[in-house]
Design a protein around this ligand. Structure first.
Ligand SMILES: [Zn+2]
Ligand SMILES: [Zn+2]
Length: 368
């Protein structure tokens, strides 16, 4: 008998594989841009871990940073992938409350529980934070190891593809619900119509805000409109201050949410130019380098509040409710699906920006 009672379906029958000879396929980053599809040992669960058969893992912009070796906490070799859902196939001896065969969606952060921020209830800014897909192995793999505190049961009507987008939707949720704090009727601009910006715009709109979303790519703004986001601006050649004043009776937006990040500095500058006197800016985008600059005197003289949002925090449950109830349907912005051995093609497609890519999902149980 295998130590963990693990059963793997093979050839249509339940066949037991011992941990000694069990091997899975995974896509592993060995260094900047050195991504390999390989066979590695199956993960073996510790007492409080579940082994999750990964059915869907969506690709994140930060996977691209990682692929280029530019994520600050990335170590090698590393199985990437941190937005995923699947089915429990094995349980550690001490894991209670879950069962083999259960469909789950998985959080990825490991907070220490002991540092100052953790004790203050802010585990997402833990001093010793570790994250699957960066400094722990992730889910560009047939199986992933997930501890009980990161497992979230899936409602029956939420598909694995939809559930794979819940982690990133949770970034939008944490940003909007805990940091932006929208009020009904507030005029809010969301900069960036990628998955995080779309999620933030939808969640702010559900809270009653009047939302305008901006991007430099028309197809993304088309998608935002299709999803029901009321206002949009193509920022490519626009004078963003002039447009902001035009849309807000000359005052500027009450709040601006920056959801782009990346290597460029423009979006933070745009946010400052678009917000009203006494308004608030929340920066959600991820910056692999400290390149953004801010006009400190301008911000000070107008008492503009500037805050930041990191990661998905206490957001899986509310986001699964948003998806399960149909108020947000991530299926509507999943544009591509790839088998696991084509992860590199998928990353390059996301980067190329010459195709209309929104969310791209890998299916680790399918061979290419
Ligand atoms: Zn991500
Ligand atoms: Zn901590």
């Amino acid at each position: 008998m295998p130590r963990h009672g693990r059963r793997i379906r093979a050839g249509g029958a339940n066949t037991e594989r011992s941990p000694e000879n069990a091997a899975m396929k995974a896509t592993i980053l060995h260094g900047g841009s050195d991504l390999r599809y390989e066979t590695v040992p199956d993960p073996a669960p510790g007492p409080r871990d579940a082994v999750v058969r990964v059915h869907a893992c969506s690709i994140c912009g930060s996977d691209l940073h990682a692929f280029h070796g530019k994520h600050p906490r990335l170590t090698f070799p590393r199985i990437l992938g941190h937005e995923f859902a699947g089915e429990i196939v094995a349980l550690g001896s001490g894991l209670r409350g879950f069962h083999v065969g259960q469909r789950v969606c998985c959080d990825i952060d490991f907070a220490c529980g002991e540092c100052g921020p953790c004790r203050a209830g802010r585990g997402n800014i833990c001093e010793k934070l570790r994250t699957m897909g960066f400094d722990r192995d992730g889910a560009y793999a047939e199986y992933a190891l997930v501890p009980d505190f990161n497992l979230h049961p899936l409602p029956d009507n939420v598909s694995y593809d939809q559930a794979s987008v819940v982690q990133v939707l949770g970034i939008s949720y944490h940003a909007v619900a805990h940091r932006v704090l929208p009020k009904p009727g507030e005029k809010i601009a969301v900069i960036g119509a990628g998955p995080i910006g779309l999620g933030a715009a939808l969640i702010a709109q559900l809270a009653g805000a009047e939302v305008t979303i901006t991007d430099v790519l028309d197809y993304r703004l088309d998608k935002a409109r299709e999803l029901g986001i009321a206002g949009s601006i193509n920022a490519r050649d626009a004078d963003m201050r002039a447009r902001a004043l035009e849309l807000t009776g000359g005052a500027g937006f009450d709040k601006v949410v920056e959801c782009v990040g990346g290597l460029q500095e423009r979006t933070v500058t745009d946010a400052v130019s678009m917000v009203k006197r006494g308004g608030q800016i929340t920066v959600v985008g991820t910056f692999p380098e400290n390149r953004a600059t801010i006009p400190i005197a301008y911000i000070k003289d107008r008492e503009i509040d500037l805050n930041f949002s990191r990661g998905n925090f206490q957001a899986f449950k509310p986001c699964l409710e948003l998806v399960g109830s149909g108020r947000i349907d991530p299926e509507r912005y999943i544009s591509h699906r790839f088998p696991l051995n084509r992860a590199e093609d998928a990353l390059k497609l996301l980067e190329a920006r010459n195709v209309e890519a929104h969310k791209i999902v890998l299916h680790p149980q399918e061979a290419g």
